[in-house]
Design a protein around this ligand. Structure first.
Ligand code: NI
Length: 387
């Protein structure tokens, strides 16, 4: 086994933490019990400093190694669950109705705790390890909240790394790539105001539904006509509704909501500008008015090329296989905020044959734990070598 032997020994204990977290899922920033559990374990391991309440409910642990290099590395795990009713039937399934660790963040937290225990025991590195346990990855921008609360000024690091499990990839296989790994995710609303009226007298009205339909179709020209065919942008309108309650009414107002995903930060700005132009000017052509509300979401997750190469090297030392030139994926990830500020990389760790993340039968594979722990530990020992 290429994994570090200590993690084979620690596996029952780490798995126990994982199952405890799995039974007690918490959402967004309300990860109070989870954060308390993490802090208690870190103190038990003899971690040098444990700071709670960073970005509301985030936890930071500091482990100092030998030597005086002054270098520091950040390792991050997310702690929050999802508002999904679990359907796995596992003996340690969620005890909280309507809440489930359906994205494996319980596994991520357990793996970082395992690495913390090992690193606090061995301290076979020269520098500082900053353990980052963040709340609210699932739509709450918990990483940004921790950064805004001074994460990287209070606990400066030279590099930062994180792991997400990957259903469909064999356990023990690591997957990453240099450059964009996951998409940005912005949302927009288009509100169209025409002039309501009787369906049989359209000439006295401005048909808001018709205007909105033209806008919807024109929005789909943005990806096909304004985006370099070699770049990846997705635009989807997910809702479309009017305030009319009957077939014989021309409504006053129509509303649609959509999302834009891209792997190229430049296209976030282009998409926003074009959506505004297309909606406002198409509405104007019909004598209606369109208002666009833009909701910026998570940025593109961009791996530093050197960071990705170092992560792949560490993964090769402890894994069963490494894919270091994977295709990017379009779901977004708020570790992107950390990678915007500090070079590093995000890696996927195979989670075997299970339904996709966010499915009620999704299951984190505990066999992945020693690989994730070993990866974190290996990375620290390589990046903060002792003389
Ligand atoms: Ni996730």
């Amino acid at each position: 086994m290429p994994i570090k032997n200590r993690f084979a020994e620690l596996l029952p204990e780490i798995t126990g933490w994982r199952h405890h977290l799995h039974e007690n899922p918490e959402l967004l920033y309300a990860v109070h019990e989870t954060a308390a559990f993490v802090s208690a374990r870190l103190r038990e391991f003899g971690v040098d400093e444990v700071v709670e309440g960073v970005g509301q409910t985030g936890v930071v642990g500091i482990i100092r190694g030998r030597g005086v290099s002054g270098r520091a590395i950040g390792l991050r795990a997310d702690m929050d669950a999802l508002p999904i009713a679990e359907a796995t039937g596992l003996p340690f399934a969620s005890k909280i109705p309507g809440k489930m660790h359906a994205c494996g963040h319980d596994g991520h937290t357990a793996m970082l705790l395992g690495a913390a225990k090992y690193l606090a025991e061995t301290r076979n590195f020269d520098g500082t390890v900053v353990l980052i346990f963040q709340p609210a990855e699932e739509g709450g921008a918990g990483a940004k909240a921790m950064i805004d609360d001074g994460l990287f000024t209070r606990f400066p690091v030279d590099e930062v790394y994180g792991i997400h499990n990957a259903p469909g990839v064999p356990v023990g296989t690591f997957v990453t790539r240099p450059g964009p790994l996951q998409a940005s995710s912005d949302e927009f609303d288009v509100i169209v105001r025409g002039k309501g009226g009787h369906a049989a007298e359209p000439h006295r009205a401005i048909d808001t539904t018709l205007v909105a339909a033209h806008i919807l179709i024109a929005l789909h020209s943005i990806v096909s006509r304004n985006v370099d065919p070699l770049k990846r942008v997705v635009l989807t309108v997910g809702t479309f509704a009017t305030d009319s309650a009957a077939s014989n009414i021309i409504p006053d107002e129509a509303r649609m909501e959509g999302t834009v995903r891209t792997l190229d930060p430049e296209y976030r700005a282009i998409a926003e500008a074009r959506i505004r132009q297309v909606a406002e000017n198409t509405a104007a052509a019909f004598g209606a008015v369109a208002e666009v509300i833009w909701h910026p979401g998570y940025p593109v997750t961009v791996n530093d090329p050197d960071g990705a190469a170092r992560a792949a090297d560490a993964a090769r030392a402890v894994g069963r296989g490494v894919i270091d030139d994977a295709d990017p994926i379009m779901p977004s990830e708020d570790f992107s905020y950390m990678l915007e500020r500090v070079p590093g990389a995000y890696v996927f760790l195979g989670n075997g044959d299970t339904p996709m993340c966010h499915h009620p039968k999704y299951t984190f594979d505990d066999e992945a734990i020693p690989y994730g722990c070993s990866f974190f530990a290996e990375l620290v020992e390589r990046r903060l070598p002792t003389a």
